[in-house]
Design a protein around this ligand. Structure first.
Ligand code: NAP
Ligand code: MG
Length: 474
């Protein structure tokens, strides 16, 4: 049983202002796996005060000082990676191979990328007689979700540190363990007291207090659209910068000229990864209408081949979804798909055969149309909707017919055609034939948000731009 009863504030582990604890449920077993302290507004005030107190020194620290700290954190992160993986298995049910693999590696990759960006970043640049200077924005409130818990924290905390900001992190209640371990890892990095602070607890208490706090200069939030809107409202009176990374309903377009069976199978199993709980998941699979039968057969085979079960076991591809609440939401969407007349190609309602405990969902594939609720709303579970298109223009039109615009994917044999389709998608993160890059900006158009994370673009979110006019006269 994990017992995380303290917060990291001002360079020390401190007890919460009020003794209040919440039990954490393991979604694979439905059993209690530990408890965390639940913070109050008093804890937020203490953490913000610590961050404000540390800002003058850290924002003026040298590039070298920050690099030394980040490299020390990286070494400790690598040393404790196996523990991070175990925490992720327990808190949100990712299977061992994924939790100890990509989940943990993503955090490390973002930290290494931030170090690379910081090594060469131009904080000062001449513009004629003016000097353009980039300076840390201030105290940041960082609010993260449970679905890629370590990744979401890493893409905020590490660039904020590198930029010279100080911060208060609010991890998700559903998955608080990996963030607690990360705070322990950061604590050995030699940062000045108060640069990094972490308070656990409810979003409605801790998140709201951070959003409204006059001592917080910026909120970076990843999560649902509704909470993003509420944060924007709460932050408005203090005119904070609010960076939002919200949901998606991204299209994966398979072009006619490639290996249809392989491209559809890859798109299906990738979408089902992490139990479909990925904001950038390609949850609408667009295939040529003339090859729909072939595509459905490939998707059915891929979905049926996904092994679902105990995430602790090594050979499992898919664990449970994060919680009972999430399970019920997904079941409701599957029922809506059936009721709307979508063709159930694989999976369906209920738990997989032979599983009677834990929040396990059947890898589910529908064939449907883009106007169905299952094609319009983010399900955040292993539910794929396959939609036929008539020609390339039709595919692009369907892909862009969404209130979201986070990601898009294109697979095909003719790279020029793949590139051309990618350029026409109204979304921020477009994967061409499986491309991936830690330095590429990640973030959404439309209702998917207004921020960018990862690499130099994510770093820039934590900076103000100052113009020193007349800096170099003549
Ligand atoms: P959520 O309910 O919006 O919660 C996200 C975080 O916000 C949690 O830490 C939550 O605290 C906190 N929060 C809740 N209410 C708040 C409030 N009034 N003020 C401030 N903070 C508040 O999202 P979720 O259910 O955890 O995650 C699923 C959603 O996140 C999906 O829509 C998904 O697409 C999106 N997402 C987007 C990205 C991206 O990069 N674009 C990445 C991952 C996920 P609690 O601990 O109390 O819940
Ligand atoms: Mg929520």
């Amino acid at each position: 049983m994990r017992d995380y009863g303290k917060f990291y504030i001002g360079g020390a582990w401190v007890a919460p202002a009020e003794a209040n604890f919440a039990e954490i449920i393991n979604p694979a077993t439905e059993a209690v796996s530990g408890r965390i302290a639940m913070g109050s507004v008093a804890d937020v005030n203490a953490a913000v005060a610590a961050a404000r107190g540390a800002f003058a020194e850290w924002s003026e620290s040298s590039r070298e000082t920050r690099l030394i700290a980040l490299k020390a954190i990286l070494a400790e992160y690598i040393r404790r990676s196996p523990e991070l993986g175990e925490a992720i298995i327990e808190e949100m049910g990712a299977p061992r191979g994924l939790a100890c693999g990509f989940h943990t590696y993503l955090g490390q990759g973002h930290l290494q990328t931030v170090i690379e960006v910081l090594e060469t970043f131009a904080f000062e640049e001449p513009l004629g007689a003016t000097l353009i200077r980039k300076e840390a924005i201030g105290v940041c409130g960082l609010i993260t979700p449970w679905n890629w818990p370590l990744n979401q924290v890493a893409v905020k905390v590490f660039p904020a540190l590198a930029a010279g900001c100080t911060m208060v992190l609010k991890p998700p209640q559903l998955a608080p363990y990996s963030a607690q371990l990360l705070a322990e890892i950061i604590a050995v990095g030699g940062l000045p007291d108060g640069v990094f602070n972490m308070v656990q607890g409810a979003g409605s208490v801790i998140g709201t207090a951070l959003s409204r706090h006059p001592g917080v200069d910026m909120i970076s939030f990843t999560g649902s659209e509704g909470v993003g809107v509420q944060i924007s409202i709460d932050a408005a009176p203090t005119v904070k910068r609010v960076c939002l990374e919200l949901g998606g309903k991204s299209a994966f377009i398979v072009l006619d000229d490639g290996d249809m069976a392989k491209n559809v199978a890859d798109a299906t199993s990738t979408m089902m990864g992490n139990s479909g709980q990925t904001c950038s998941a390609g949850s609408r699979l667009l295939v040529p209408a003339s090859r729909l039968g072939e595509a459905l057969a490939a998707a059915r085979a891929a979905a049926d081949a996904i092994t679902v079960g105990d995430p602790q076991s090594g050979g499992i591809a898919m664990g449970p979804v994060v919680s009972k609440g999430q399970y019920n939401i997904i079941q409701d969407y599957i029922q809506q798909g059936i009721t709307a007349g979508a063709t159930l190609v694989a999976g369906g309602l209920g738990r997989p055969d032979c599983i009677d405990k834990g929040w396990f969902v059947r890898p589910t594939v529908f064939a449907g149309t883009n106007d169905m609720t299952i094609a319009r709303e983010e399900i955040f579970g292993p539910v794929l909707v396959i939609i036929p298109y008539a020609d390339i223009d039709d595919a692009v039109k369907i892909a862009n017919d969404s209130q979201f615009g986070l990601a898009g994917y294109v697979s095909g044999a003719d790279l020029d055609a793949v590139r051309a389709v990618g350029k026409r998608l109204r979304a921020g993160w477009i994967g061409l034939n499986g491309g991936f890059d830690f330095h590429a900006a990640f973030g959404g158009y439309k209702r998917s948000g207004n921020g960018r994370e990862w690499g130099a673009h994510g770093f820039a979110e934590y900076l103000e731009v100052k113009s020193l006019l007349g800096y170099a006269p003549g």
